[in-house]
Design a protein around this ligand. Structure first.
Ligand code: FAD
Length: 332
């Protein structure tokens, strides 16, 4: 089923999750156990992130450093297929511009098409290694280019003219930034680029994490004013350690509200996660009560934080029952 159809279904608003593949050489069963722990909460779909190669410096016996280009977390496509076939849960592989040629992307899309996976997230990708020109191959630079490539395949247009090429039928998600993408000179321009991704064929938006709902509501209002009418799915992350008070703003360029920071600082280390869960539950309840089309949780590798949060949401009447529930302290 396509994500847009899931989001359009009447009734219970969908809850979805984002996980990352194991490190190279890691066990796929760890990921399967994580997904299994989420099944009681009926995930509408599971996104699996993609990771471009990065430079790794390895010390040599003579003390010198050797630079190697290595993809630490391969396996996005295989993991999506494995989860879908084992658990019957829809999966959404992330596709990146960074680190992949357009030819490799076309091949990946053909694999996904054969596997019956109908959803993809089209992203630029985090910058990892300096881009090098490919003499005989091409590369997407912005997510807009990647959306254009997938949308072209949906019209039966592959990279090189093929007679009678079968059109694909991918539902395309793209990223949006309630607090502006760090490289965008200003919000109107950032939203303008988002609009171009939608006009190029993207079907829905998933937002970067945010800890203050006002950012999301303001972003949605601005998007609607610019003529973006696709679903905008809010992405939430549960704060779980004190170290994240600095690492999340540094990595994702998001603000953590003072009230949340103060509560987390006051808590014992092992209780920070309780503060994070309470905050995220309050955010989710308010978002759903004010019409968000669902909630997308960034959980990455562990179900430790998400399980209590989902249980509390369920006690509040389940994700469906959370519609209409009053927002809690602080999140807005
Ligand atoms: P783009 O839409 O290309 O935008 C990047 C920047 O360029 C923005 O500042 C935008 O305003 C500007 N811009 C856009 N189009 C143009 C244009 N045509 N000309 C000039 N400027 C333009 N990273 C990973 O490596 N792997 C993942 O799996 C992954 N998953 C993610 C999932 C979500 C929901 C989100 C929000 C982010 C994810 N990221 C992931 C991070 C993301 O790849 C980075 O934030 C990246 O820097 C931007 O990606 P984008 O797709 O938004 O890029």
């Amino acid at each position: 089923m396509k994500v847009v159809d899931i989001l359009a279904r009447a009734g219970e608003p969908p809850i979805s999750f984002e996980i990352i593949p194991p490190r190279r050489g890691g066990s796929v069963e760890d990921v399967m156990r994580l997904v299994e722990a989420l099944l009681p909460f009926r995930p509408a779909f599971v996104d699996v992130t993609s990771h471009a190669a990065e430079a790794v410096y390895e010390e040599q016996p003579d003390g010198s450093l050797r630079r190697r280009i290595k993809r630490k977390r391969p396996g996005t496509l295989g993991l999506c297929a494995a989860i879908r076939f084992r658990f019957g849960v829809e999966t959404v592989p992330h596709l990146l511009c960074t680190g992949f040629t357009r030819e490799e992307t076309e091949d990946a899309l053909i694999e996904l098409n054969y596997l019956g996976i109908r959803n993809v997230m089209a992203l630029q990708g985090d910058p990892r290694v300096e881009r090098r020109p490919f003499p005989d191959r091409t590369e997407n630079v912005h997510a807009l280019d990647l959306v254009g490539q997938v949308a072209a395949m949906n019209r039966g247009r592959y990279l090189h003219d093929l007679a009678d090429a079968a059109p694909t039928d991918f539902c395309i998600g793209v990223a949006g930034y309630p607090e502006r993408h760090a490289e965008a000179p200003n919000t109107p321009r950032d939203i303008g680029f988002l609009k171009r991704k939608i006009d190029a064929g993207a079907h829905y938006v998933v937002t970067q994490m945010f800890f203050r709902n006002a950012h999301y509501f303001d972003f949605v209002a601005r998007c609607r004013a610019e003529g973006i009418h696709v679903p905008i799915l809010p992405g939430l992350k549960i704060l779980s350690t004190k170290a994240q008070l600095t690492s999340l703003p540094r990595t994702f360029h998001v603000e953590i509200p003072e009230e949340l920071v103060a509560e987390a600082e006051k808590a014992d280390d092992e209780r920070v996660v309780d503060v994070g869960v309470e905050w995220a539950v309050a955010q989710a309840r308010e978002l759903l009560s004010r019409g968000a089309p669902g909630i997308h949780f960034y959980i990455l590798q562990s179900s430790r934080e998400i399980t209590p949060a989902l249980e509390r949401l369920r006690r509040a009447g389940g994700p469906g029952g959370a519609r209409g529930a009053a927002g809690m302290r602080g999140a807005g």
